[in-house]
Structures are given as structure tokens and as C-alpha cells.
Design a protein around this ligand. Structure first.
Ligand code: SIN
Ligand code: MN
Length: 291
């Protein structure tokens, strides 16, 4: 890695610690995005437990764990720049903890209430520390109306909020971890208050852009009421020494193989630098509260 790239990783790590999210200054080339979309679309037509539907419909909500059975998704999690990024942020070797694509179909894709991912991973899987990182790659352009992910900047510093007193109630029902009716949520009035204090940041950008967020950041997304799909691919890397000891949820939600990833380039998955001014996400919207 060049000195410049190392400098960039240091700056990105500082932003990650301070804000809990950032946009990576590279994105996947259009042809790579096309291949990934094609692959995800083929997987979503398969009948397999990894394919989850919106409540009471045939609409596919998400596909999970594709890196374990699809060669292109497996190549993606081994992408040298993604692995280097995760290792720099987490300070050690990493493995893929989760892989999913939330499809958020046009007009049918349902919301994700306010939540923190680490609540699920700690309470359900026994992950000890939030030494994991989410890397999100939209496979469709994300705009304000197709249900963008919204994060509350700096909220990752607050620890876990609003956990139920007896969180054992929902253990075992993994469907409540992938549906619009989530098992662990941050209360809407608390999220409103946090947004008044800290603002809100919709994660917008072209297909192939790369966005990184912390497992404890408070985030949500609304229903997709637009005529554009909003497929969002999410890779969660976890530090190898933070692997949960005895996870019980299905393997497509919690990878059991915690061997450190060996990075490997693949010509099908090409990154191109982002122009610095290409980030359309803009500044944090202060006090633009939404439920
Ligand atoms: C998530 O919270 O994991 C993703 C939500 C979304 O796809 O909007
Ligand atoms: Mn989440």
C-alpha cells in the first residue's frame, strides 16, 4: 500500500471513531455493479432459506449469507481493498460475520426501524465487543425517496440503548432480526431526541459507492414508496478474536468460519476512485427529524 493510501486509511479511521460512519473514496465500476446485481437477482429467484420475504408477500426482502455459496459474492468479501479497510478500522485480522443484500423493492420494500446492529450480535450471538464493521454498497442509486439508510452521527459512542430488560424473550426467533418488526429497536422518541442533538445523515450515492458504519450507530430506513428499487449489499467484517463462541442462529446470519480472510483480487470486481466532489450526500441534516 502506498504512503498516500495509508494516510487516507488513518484519516478514515479517525472519522470512523469520531462520527461512526464515512464514505470510502472509491466505488465499484459500473460493470462490476452490473455483475453483482445480476447475481443477486438470480439468487433472489431461488427457493432457499437464505431468501427472506416481506411480511405475507412473495416480495423478496433480502438474501443472506451469499458469500458462502456464490463465487462472486465470495470474491467480493475477499477484495483486497475492502479487507485492508476493515483490518485498518478494527486493528487486526477479520472474517466475514454477515453478508446480506436488502432489496427494498420499488413501492414494496418495507422499513427498518431505528436500531443498533450490535444489540442483535451481542444479545443473540454473544459477540463480546463491537469490533466489527459494516460496509454497505448500494446496487441501485440511492436518493432521498427510495428509503435510504439514515444514521445518527456519533450515536455509536452511547453504548446500547433501550434493550429490553429480559431480552431472552426473542432469542431463537431469527425472523425478528430480518423483518420490519425488529426484536431490538431504539425507541422513536429517543431517536427524535438524538437527531435534535446530533443531526441525521441519509446515506445517498450512486450504485457501487461504498459506505462504512459502526455496529453501534443508531440507524433506520423508511418504506420505499418510490418507483426505484434500492438494493443495498452489506458485508459485516468481525475481528477474528471477537468471534462469538457458541452462536445458535442460522449460519447464513452468523458465519461459523472465523478464519482470517486471505485477500484475493478478482478482475470482475474493479474499484475506481471517487472524485472528491462526487459525494452527493452533503452535510449532516441537523434537526431534520423523522420518525
Ligand atoms: C440494516 O439496518 O441492516 C439495513 C437497513 C436497510 O437496508 O435500509
Ligand atoms: Mn442494521
Amino acid at each position: 500500500m502506498t504512503a498516500t493510501a495509508e494516510g487516507t486509511l488513518t484519516e478514515l479511521s479517525a472519522a470512523y471513531r469520531r462520527d461512526g460512519y464515512f464514505r470510502f473514496p472509491y466505488r465499484f465500476h459500473g460493470e462490476s455493479v452490473r455483475l453483482l446485481r445480476e447475481r443477486v437477482s438470480a439468487i433472489s429467484r431461488q427457493r432457499r432459506p437464505e431468501v427472506v420475504h416481506e411480511k405475507d408477500t412473495d416480495t423478496v426482502r433480502a438474501v443472506h449469507g451469499c458469500h458462502a455459496f456464490d463465487d462472486l459474492c465470495r470474491a467480493l468479501v475477499r477484495h483486497p481493498r475492502l479487507v485492508a479497510l476493515a483490518e485498518a478500522l478494527l486493528g487486526g485480522p477479520v472474517y466475514t460475520y454477515q453478508f446480506k443484500v436488502n432489496l427494498k423493492r420499488a413501492r414494496e420494500g418495507a422499513a427498518w426501524p431505528w436500531h443498533q446492529d450490535f444489540s442483535f450480535w451481542r444479545e443473540e450471538d454473544g459477540m463480546a465487543r463491537p469490533d466489527a464493521v459494516n460496509i454497505a454498497v448500494p446496487l441501485d442509486a440511492v436518493h432521498p425517496d427510495n428509503g435510504p439508510l439514515v444514521v445518527i452521527p456519533t450515536s455509536h459512542t452511547l453504548g446500547l440503548l433501550d434493550l429490553p430488560e429480559n431480552s431472552d424473550n426473542s432469542r431463537g426467533d431469527w425472523r425478528q432480526h430480518v423483518s420490519a418488526n425488529l426484536a431490538y429497536t431504539v425507541k422513536a422518541d429517543r431517536a427524535e431526541e438524538l437527531m435534535r442533538q446530533r443531526g441525521r445523515k441519509p446515506i445517498l450515492g450512486p450504485a457501487g459507492s461504498i459506505h462504512v458504519f459502526h455496529p453501534s450507530i443508531v440507524h433506520s430506513s423508511s418504506n420505499n414508496t418510490s418507483s426505484d428499487g434500492r438494493a443495498l449489499l452489506l458485508i459485516t467484517y468481525n475481528r477474528v478474536d471477537n468471534a462469538p463462541k457458541n452462536p445458535t442462529r442460522p449460519e447464513f446470519l452468523v458465519s461459523r468460519d472465523s478464519t482470517a480472510i486471505v485477500p484475493h483480487p478478482d478482475d470482475r470486481l474493479r474499484l475506481v476512485p471517487e472524485e472528491p466532489e462526487a459525494d452527493p450526500t452533503g452535510p449532516t441534516d441537523k434537526a431534520e427529524a423523522r420518525s
